[in-house]
Design a protein around this ligand. Structure first.
Ligand code: ATP
Ligand code: MG
Length: 236
């Protein structure tokens, strides 16, 4: 029930494609990382970085080989379960119409205190409190107010999604360039929050600024669907 409790991720000769009739977009990829380690994936556009993470999330088909998490082949786990147990953040900061609470905690598992604490960690609570309006007071009422998602900047929406990710239990965080369309200052801020709040998580992050992954344990370099290098950041 606690799976994945460690976060050991292993790719063994993995090839995957968008459909049976299409050629593989990742080819014969093998590597493994231990629970709690941080892996960056780099490579030019179209090299298969996003596809690799989609394969982990069971959003594209693994044709041959195996991806396992804590020794369990992901192909044997229901896709919806994989997506529920893994935490994922992408470029499109997705907010849906509804209350602040339902946006932060769609599965209704978190306490008000945990929601507020996560929003404070990303420095959004004061802003959201004021947006709820002068007449709304009390934490519970503020969380129950409807969100005006259009009134948040892209960077603010990314921070919101990061706060939402903090509430989701789990051991694995997958990031597909979540800071690619925010400015350098916001990138630094988000990278700091990710390191502080997901310290014990296994992290797989697709990165486009090399400066943001120098402290990672491993870097995977992809080219044309293949893993061309795998090492620590200093060695590359
Ligand atoms: P970028 O840096 O631009 O995000 P990437 O390394 O993430 O690139 P992928 O998105 O994994 O690259 O794409 C790898 C290959 O898969 C490319 O050849 C691309 O054309 C193909 N591809 C991506 N999305 C689809 C799709 N929905 N259907 C079919 N092929 C796709
Ligand atoms: Mg991509």
């Amino acid at each position: 029930d606690e799976w994945p409790s460690i976060g050991t991720l292993m790719f063994r000769q993995v090839s995957a494609s968008y459909s049976e009739s299409l050629p593989p977009v990742i080819k014969d990829i093998s590597f493994s990382i231990k629970g709690g380690q941080k892996l960056a994936i780099v490579g030019r556009t179209g090299s298969g970085k996003s596809s690799s993470t989609l394969a982990i999330l069971r959003m594209i088909d693994v044709n041959s080989g195996e991806i396992s998490l804590d020794g369990i082949n992901l192909a044997t786990v229901e896709a919806s379960v994989v997506r529920r147990r893994l935490n994922c953040l992408t470029q499109d900061a997705f907010l849906f119409p509804g209350t602040l609470r339902s946006n932060m905690d769609p599965t209704e598992e978190a306490t008000d205190e945990a929601i507020v604490s996560a929003l404070k960690k990303v420095d959004l609570w004061t802003l959201l409190e004021s947006k709820a309006g002068d007449k709304t007071s009390g934490t519970s009422n503020i969380l129950s107010s409807m969100m005006d998602t259009d009134s948040l900047s892209h960077g603010q929406r990314q921070l919101f999604c990061l706060a939402r990710a903090m509430l989701k239990p789990g051991k694995v965080l997958i990031l597909d360039e979540p800071t690619s369309s925010v400015d350098t200052q916001m990138d630094i801020k988000m990278q700091g929050i990710i390191r502080a709040e997901f310290k014990d998580h296994t992290i797989v992050m697709i990165a486009h600024r090399l400066s943001s992954i120098l402290d990672f344990d491993h870097v995977a370099v992809m080219d044309a669907g293949c893993l061309v290098e795998f090492g620590n950041p200093e060695s590359l």
